[in-house]
Design a protein around this ligand. Structure first.
Ligand code: UD1
Ligand code: CA
Length: 452
């Protein structure tokens, strides 16, 4: 079986972003721009892509890590010169080289796969991706001879007025036979602009009497390259639409897709309804038949089925089935809400487990706590997790306990099963099961020690 490796160009400066962040690291839906090109190239070639870095190369390498092999192009002398940097790494190791750009996040793996397959099926040394478009966006024009065969590519800057009228454009994405490519790159002349153009490799193939094949892309939107933050927003909107559409076709209702932000790593179950202005980020997983939003942000959180989340913020948390939260709830790292938990407005839970059926209606903070089943947490309950010893400690509450409104639980403290705390209790000692405690034991012990 033949092998194909992608070379992804990312050494350019991206001047028009006016940014200290390298262009290819600007995020779209929570991932650096370059991630999309890397993903598509990896799945089309079934191998780890080689990324050509230059401007901001260290930052790019650090941000993308293992996702690619890296070669450095320094100085940047054009697209042909950029591809040449991968020769040492790839020569003799791959039959085909797929060249693409890191700044084209909309290009689909399917399109790249079609390009690779088209090249593998032909005898000539290269298949190039073209697009017919009204707006040339500064792309190179495809030249064809009298017989309709590709005869070369002319860059916009060098094109004659006649050539400028050509609507068949060079996307800049090619699949080459590797042996031909490495040899042809050495024969690329210096352009009037002082660069080595990869497009000239096409002319070299034609001059050698070899067949150049053009594959017309079906969807011009895939070819959008990012040069400015306007392009970034356009591409982000299109990617978002693509993802939203995929979820709708998979049985998820989005009541306002235009204000729904679902990152690529997210999964949503059937018959779940996502209400407007909802952001699903990171490794979030949502089950079936949930109602999520409006006005909700969910990050790295796993949600079961039949849950409701209204106007809330959830981060690195877990909700089992039939859990309700909001409006205005906040789950933080390590919050675990078991089946049937109800958490009403202005609740915050961090690093705590709320047992099955536990209710926490209003204005409570639960941190570093283990709460068993069917506990009632009254309005304004606070776990004071920085205890009297100044250390973070745990609060444990047994099944069926009733925590009165405005109770302060000063950790470490354990409330026994079925115990009751009265309104406004400040609990500093463990409460035995089935016992009623009330009042405020707080009293001055000693002067506060100086601390820094
Ligand atoms: C290139 C093509 C043009 C095509 C267009 C599509 C050439 C000469 N022209 O033009 O026919 O229509 O893409 O977008 O190839 N890069 C490097 N090192 C360099 C120069 C560029 O890594 O020395 C990278 C850039 O970071 C960028 C990509 O290559 O990702 C394209 O470079 P760019 O200068 O934008 O090429 P275009 O002028 O757009
Ligand atoms: Ca460009």
């Amino acid at each position: 079986m033949s092998t194909t490796t992608a070379v992804i160009l990312a050494a350019g400066q991206g001047t028009r972003m006016l940014s200290t962040l390298p262009k290819v690291l600007h995020p779209i839906l929570g991932r650096p721009l370059a991630h999309y090109a890397l993903d598509a190239a990896r799945s089309a070639t079934a191998s780890q892509p080689v990324m050509v870095i230059g401007h901001g190369g260290d930052a790019v390498r650090q941000a993308l890590g293992e996702a690619a092999h890296y070669v450095v192009q320094e100085p940047q002398l054009g697209t042909a010169h950029a591809v040449q940097q991968a020769e040492t790494l790839l020569k003799g190791r791959t039959d085909y080289v797929l060249v693409t750009y890191a700044d084209m996040p909309l290009l689909r793996a399917e399109t790249l796969t079609r390009l690779v397959q088209a090249q593998q099926a032909q005898r000539g040394p290269v298949t190039m991706l073209t697009v017919i478009a009204e707006d040339p966006r500064g792309f190179g024009r495809i030249l064809r001879d009298a017989d309709g065969r590709v005869s070369g590519i002319v860059e916009e800057a060098q094109a004659t007025p006649e050539q400028l009228k050509i609507h068949e454009l060079n996307v800049g994405v090619y699949c080459f036979s590797a042996d031909f490519l490495w040899d042809a790159l050495r024969r690329v002349p210096l352009s009037p602009k002082g660069e080595y153009y990869l497009t000239d490799v096409i002319g070299i193939a034609v001059a050698d009497g070899l067949d150049v094949q053009a594959l017309a892309a079906e969807d011009a939107a895939e070819m959008i390259g990012i040069n400015t933050r306007v392009h970034l927003a356009e591409a982000a909107a299109l990617l978002r639409e693509r993802i939203n559409r995929q979820w709708m076709l998979a049985g998820v209702t989005l009541t306002a897709p235009a204000t729904t932000y679902i990152e690529p790593g997210v999964a949503v179950g059937r018959d779940t309804v996502i209400e407007p202005n909802t952001h699903l980020r990171g490794k979030t997983i949502i089950g079936e038949n949930c109602i999520i939003g409006p006005n909700t942000v969910i990050v790295d959180t796993s949600i079961g089925s039949h849950c409701k989340v209204l106007a809330s913020m959830l981060e690195s948390a877990v909700m089992e089935d039939h859990v309700e939260i909001g409006p205005f709830g906040h789950l933080r790292k390590g919050a675990y809400l078991c089946q049937g938990v109800h958490m009403g407005n202005f609740g915050e839970v961090k690093n705590s487990r709320l047992g099955p059926g536990t209710k926490m209606g209003h204005f409570s903070y639960i941190g570093d706590a283990g709460i068993e089943a069917d506990v009632n947490i009254g309005a304004g309950t606070i776990t004071c997790n920085f205890g009297m010893d100044g250390k973070k400690s745990r609060t444990e509450i047994g099944a069926g306990a009733f925590i009165g409104s405005d109770t302060l639980l000063v950790a470490p403290v354990t409330i026994g099963k079925g115990a009751v705390t009265g309104s406004g209790a400040v609990v500093t000692h463990d409460v035995p099961p089935d016992t009623i405690v009330v009042g405020v034991p707080a009293r001055p012990l000693r002067a506060r020690e100086k601390h820094d």
